[in-house]
Design a binder for this molecule. Sequence first.
Ligand code: PRP
Ligand code: ADE
Length: 180
Amino acid sequence: MLYDDFYVKSLIQTVEDWPKQGISFRDITPIFSDPKGMRMVVDAYVHRYISTDITHIACIDARGFLIAAVLAYELQKPLILVRKKGKLPGKTISQKYALEYGEAELEIQEGAVNTGDNVLLFDDLIATGGTLFAAIELLTKQGANIKEVAAIIDLPDLGGSQKLRDSDIPVFSLCAFNGD
Ligand SMILES: O=P(O)(O)OC[C@H]1O[C@H](OP(=O)(O)OP(=O)(O)O)[C@H](O)[C@@H]1O
Ligand SMILES: Nc1ncnc2[nH]cnc12
């Protein structure tokens, strides 16, 4: 389905002062309850990545999982879960990070990716970039190449997407919100 920027943006709700005072929270929940919006979003990524040399899709806990799982199914690529600490069994490696409204720690399982894997890293939203940089650290430590970071929303005022580009990591987002 053809991507309609206005349609998808109109589904995203802004909730002021949540989860903390001063945060304009961009809520993507309505995309998931709108089959047309969901299809537009998934199809936009399918068209972008179907003819690339991406070998794996990695996605970030929790909202990042939702689109990436469908994309991995459509593109028939392995899906790698980057999870919040304490959720993955077996040997893991972890990385602490700060995000717009707190701190957390991410983990992947050892051997989840290997040297030479070409990874598309997916999350729902880029704010400060703290979350994505932590995930990139984990994936590259295991030898993977980050071919691109993809998100639904970029909050450019928070600087994350620029920091990624400054680190020579290509970034693709479907829409942006300023003034966050
Ligand atoms: O660019 P940053 O400043 O790091 O912020 C972006 C991250 O913040 C949100 O995740 P959150 O930790 O709230 O988790 P959730 O997906 O489980 O709701 C969002 O899903 C991104 O992962
Ligand atoms: N403003 C925001 N809205 C939704 N998710 C976020 N993650 C970090 N900042 C966010």
